[in-house]
Each structure stands twice: as structure tokens, then as C-alpha cells.
Design a protein around this ligand. Structure first.
Ligand code: CTP
Length: 408
């Protein structure tokens, strides 16, 4: 494939060298188009040596061959990493004052921009508006990672890892898969809330992004999807003709909705973070402070929905998939806990991911190991939540295929 790799002048420009290497190792031809500012971070010889191609920054460098038009027409994919706030603004406005911005105006292939900048610049209304404009035009703009930035500051603005950028970019041009066509799937997402009184609840930090990514990926692969969304932010809930959304709040509501939709489904994926306990009683009035101090909250155990689905099988041959967020502790590492959980829950597949203060929750890249019911590794996925979702569906599709072959 012919790829244009644009590099703009952020400190993270050095990471683009790794993006370039990964693309070259995967067998792609890459033309690097840095901006002048990017060349102050990483010099031309590095880009020429790693790409084996000439490197130009200006439209007048090779005016005879009208390089920007040739580059744009010949490209199968354009990646800009890092993409500064300035590049986003120029691309949104359609400005063309160097080879990279000019090339962006001539391409018709998929374009992926990987922004990196200080948190304030990323969150600025101007940048967010530019990102929205670009996304509205079909440009793929990755969300930056959260974490340590160039100085002492931390927050969203880090360039995503080179492997994640490459995987997200290549996914844009990979042939469409429809291996779930004709299948009906249920995905639970989000986190359940158990009311204590009319204003308080026991809950968890699950955003629902992974479950939403699973629903979207399943729909893209041809499935009819019911998304059972437990307290998922409206902005995240997909509006897709193949995805029916059922909103729930508590574990018991989630259980009812999943069982109801699951009775006709080929696959049920429990990606929701389910509260294991709920207050034994819920008051109808707000609990007030008293001089006697807080009264203890008595809890009772919620049903284990995944274990129930696995034990009962609402439909013959149904594939039941669980997720396990683990941290590892003195008694075993993440995978050891995952294996134990896979056997205990009895699901067909369990996607195990490591969570911690900055891993697994919210808008961060993910890594999962997919185990079968005996605890053997049957797949792995890493990168964005969309990529993890595809890894899970790959494993599910393989099981569905195997079952169909046996039936024949
Ligand atoms: N799950 C469920 N019902 C519950 C708890 C969990 O269906 N009451 C499902 C989750 O949706 C997930 C899987 O079980 O797919 C694993 O969830 P997790 O919270 O890791 O499992 P627990 O059984 O709660 O284990 P732990 O003791 O580690 O909390």
C-alpha cells in the first residue's frame, strides 16, 4: 500500500519514526511529509533513511512533478502523527501553505490524524470545533491519550502509542468483514447503579465505551444488535439502524433486559460492570445527617448474570461472553485471576483486561487476552476499544463458524 505519513512540529514527532518503521515492516511504501517545524524536531536524514524515499516539505521543492497532486492521487492512506493544533486548524479551514496541508486537500483516500498537544490546547473550544468539523467530513481523528505530557503536566494530549496509531490507520483500509451477518447479538455496557436513597447510589467507574465499541463493531460486521446500556452517557450511545438500545439503571433491570433480548440471540456479551451487591433497602426519602453519625448500609448479593446465562443457555448453541477487569494481587497475576474466573463463570469466552488507576477505564487504550471456558488463550487484542472489540468478535465468529461446521 502507498501511505503518506505527515509529521508536524510537536515534541512527539520522534514517535512518528516508530510509526514509520512499523508501516515499513508491514511491507508498505511510505512517503514522509514533514512540516518545516517537524524538521526542527527530527531531521530529514532520519525520515529519508527510514523510508528510503525522498523527503520534501514545500510545494515548490519539486514543482515540475507537482508533488502534492501526485502524492495525493497516489496515496491509499494518509496518516498525520503527531497532528498539532495548528495542523488541525489548517486542515479544518482548508488552508494550503506547505506540502502536507496541500496534500491533505488533494487526497480522496482515508485520512487518520493523531493529535498531540498540551491539554489546554486540546480542550480549547477552537480545537474541539476543528476536530468536530474534520470528523464531520469523514476524517478519522484519534482521541489523544491521557498521561504525562512534555513538561510536568498530565492530562489528555499525549500521542497514542505508535502501534495503536498504525492499527487504527490500517483498519480504515482493511476490507469489510461481514462474518456476523444474519446473527443477532446482545451486548451489555456501562455500569449498574444501586440506589441507596432518591439521590445516592452505589456505582462504578465504567463509562460503557468498550460495550459501545462492541455493539458498533458487531453492527459493522453484519449483526443485529441489542445494546443494553446501563447509565451510559447519551453522547456515547450509538445511533445506528442495526443497534436497538435499551437503557437500564440497576443490576436487576439489566438482568431482565439481557434475558429478554438474549432469548433470541446467537451471542450475549456481558461487557457491563455489574454491581455485585445492592442496598437491602432503599429509602424513599433522602437520608439526613444525624448526630448519631451514619447508619450502616446493609447489602445483599445481586445475581451473577453471566454465570446464570452460561448455566442456563437461553437458546441452544448461544455463545456467552464475559469481560473480566483484573488488577493482579499477591495471590496471582491478571491472567491467573482471569483463568480462575473463566472456569468459575462457565462462559464460552472471557476477555480479560488489566485495570488500574489509568488503565482500562474511560477513554484509554486497552489490552485484552481472550480465554475459553477452560482458561486457554484463544485470542488477544490491543489498541483502541474498537480494535479490542474486533478481537473479541474474531474469537466469537470463530466459535460460531466451528459450531456451524459441526452441525453440518
Ligand atoms: N457479571 C455479571 N453479574 C454480576 C457480576 C459480574 O454478569 N453480578 C459479569 C460482568 O458483566 C463480566 C463478568 O461477570 O462480564 C466478570 O465481572 P467481574 O466483576 O470481574 O466478576 P465478579 O464475579 O464480580 O468477580 P470479582 O470477585 O473479581 O469481583
Amino acid at each position: 500500500m502507498r501511505i503518506v505519513l505527515g509529521v508536524t512540529g510537536g515534541i512527539a514527532a520522534y514517535k512518528a519514526a516508530l510509526v514509520l518503521r512499523l508501516l515499513r515492516e508491514a511491507g508498505h511504501r511510505v512517503r514522509v511529509v514533514p512540516t518545516e517545524a517537524a524538521l526542527r524536531m527530527v531531521g530529514r536524514p532520519t525520515w529519508e533513511a527510514l523510508s528510503g524515499e525522498p523527503v520534501r516539505t514545500d510545494v515548490f521543492d519539486d514543482a515540475e512533478h507537482v508533488d502534492h497532486v501526485a502524492l495525493g492521487r497516489g496515496a491509499d492512506l494518509v496518516i498525520v502523527a503527531p497532528a498539532t493544533a495548528n495542523l488541525l486548524a489548517k486542515a479544518a479551514a482548508g488552508l494550503a501553505d506547505d506540502l502536507l496541508s496541500t496534500t491533505l486537500l488533494t487526497v480522496t483516500c482515508p485520512v487518520l490524524l493523531a493529535p498531540a498537544m498540551h491539554t489546554e490546547m486540546w480542550l480549547h473550544a477552537a480545537t474541539q470545533a476543528n476536530v468536530a468539523t474534520l470528523r464531520g467530513r469523514g476524517v478519522h481523528v484519534l482521541d489523544p491519550d491521557s498521561g504525562r505530557l512534555t513538561g510536568a503536566d498530565t492530562g489528555p494530549g499525549r500521542l497514542p502509542e505508535p502501534a495503536a496509531i498504525v492499527a487504527a490507520a490500517l483498519a480504515l483500509v482493511s476490507p469489510a468483514i461481514d462474518d456476523l451477518a444474519g446473527r443477532s447479538v446482545v451486548v451489555s455496557a456501562g455500569g449498574t447503579r444501586e440506589p441507596i436513597d432518591p439521590v445516592r447510589f452505589l456505582g462504578n467507574r465504567s463509562s460503557g465505551r468498550q460495550g459501545v465499541a462492541l455493539a458498533v463493531a458487531a453492527a459493522r460486521r453484519g449483526a443485529t444488535v441489542t445494546l443494553v446500556a446501563a447509565n451510559v452517557d447519551d453522547a456515547l450511545v450509538p445511533d445506528h439502524p442495526a443497534i436497538a438500545v435499551r437503557r437500564v439503571e440497576t443490576t436487576l433491570e439489566l438482568r431482565d433486559a439481557v434475558r429478554d433480548a438474549g432469548s433470541g440471540a446467537d451471542v450475549v456479551v456481558m461487557a457491563a460492570a455489574v454491581a455485585d451487591f445492592r442496598p437491602a433497602t432503599t429509602t424513599t426519602h433522602k437520608i439526613k445527617k444525624t448526630s448519631a453519625g451514619p447508619a450502616p448500609i446493609e447489602l445483599e448479593t445481586n445475581p451473577d448474570i453471566l454465570a446464570e446465562l452460561a448455566a442456563e443457555r437461553l437458546r441452544e448453541g448461544q455463545v456467552v461472553v464475559g469481560f473480566a477487569a483484573e488488577t493482579g494481587d499477591a495471590t496471582g497475576d491478571v491472567l491467573a485471576h482471569g483463568r480462575e474466573k473463566a472456569r468459575r463463570k462457565g462462559a464460552d469466552l472471557l476477555a480479560v483486561n488489566e485495570v488500574g488507576a489509568d488503565r482500562g477505564f474511560g477513554d484509554v487504550p486497552n489490552e485484552v487476552t481472550i480465554l475459553d471456558g477452560e482458561g486457554s488463550v484463544v485470542g488477544r487484542g490491543s489498541g483502541t476499544k474498537a480494535q479490542v472489540a474486533d478481537a473479541v468478535w474474531d474469537a466469537v465468529a470463530a466459535r460460531l463458524r466451528a459450531a456451524t461446521t459441526i452441525e453440518r
